[in-house]
Design a binder for this molecule. Structure first.
Ligand SMILES: [Zn+2]
Length: 243
């Protein structure tokens, strides 16, 4: 369904001469490949930062649940924070991203050979005892089995460092989905209701124009009322109902 909507949106934009060069998504290649096959348009793909972090953290929780290695929630949360930090700090820097990702796992185990002072406190102050403040007992991790499993998880991430150095954000899109769901909650069935169109369009008007869309609709209604035409005024009731 997402792919169909995506293709329709791209088609409409192309027909209106709006240039489309990049598609930001959650890592699902269906939309990009269908656009290429059906419309013959080659677009650049950008991954969404939040989805990328979520996918990596998902593997960490899977490792914890599989019991192949012992990893606590505290360690998972720390690694998740580190990944977010690495993605944010190395945006647009492929070499920096690769260096930082390569050093991530060894650093947690006290091996700072791949670390650089810009992200490693041990390298910044080599003469002081370094404490891993966010790890259990403020000490480096020790389990060699856990290290091996973590390296397996981060191997594809390191290989895709170039892709991760140019991440996009689908936050605006997620915000729009959330805004629609406030006016047409999923647990209520509006699919068969005439009000659904007004609910979605009122959300679009609110996002595009801001709250001032309300007095504008109000004005439109009274104009129609004076003309004795309620055709355009009808949406007013639809919008009014949902406020
Ligand atoms: Zn280090």
């Amino acid at each position: 369904m997402e792919a169909t909507a995506g293709i329709q949106a791209i088609k409409e934009m192309i027909s209106e001469d709006t240039p489309v060069e990049v598609v930001e998504g959650d890592g699902d290649n269906t939309v990009i490949s269908r656009i290429q096959n059906e419309l013959g348009v080659k677009l650049k793909k950008k991954l969404d930062r939040n989805h990328c972090v979520k996918n990596i953290v998902k593997h960490l929780y899977e490792l914890r649940n599989s019991k192949d290695a012992k990893i606590s929630n505290q360690v998972i949360q720390h690694l998740s924070k580190c990944v977010k930090y690495i993605f944010a700090k190395n945006h647009g820097n492929v070499v920096g991203m690769k260096e930082n990702l390569q050093a991530l796992v060894p650093h947690q185990f006290g091996d700072h050979a791949n670390c650089f002072p810009r992200f490693c406190g041990y390298k910044r102050t080599p003469n002081q005892t370094y404490a891993h403040r966010s790890l259990p007992y403020k000490a480096a991790l020790k389990d060699p089995n856990l290290k091996e499993k973590l390296e397996q998880i981060f191997e594809p991430v390191i290989a895709n460092a170039a892709l991760y150095s140019d991440l996009g954000s689908s936050q605006a899109c997620e915000h729009a989905n959330r805004a629609v769901s406030l006016r047409a909650p999923k647990h209520l069935h509006y699919g068969d209701s005439e009000s659904l169109d007004f609910r979605v369009k009122a959300t679009a008007a609110c996002i595009n124009e801001g709250r001032k869309y309300l007095p504008e609709v109000d004005e439109l209604f009274f104009l129609c009322w004076f003309c004795s035409s309620f055709v355009v005024g009808y949406p007013y009731f639809g919008i009014l109902k949902i406020i």
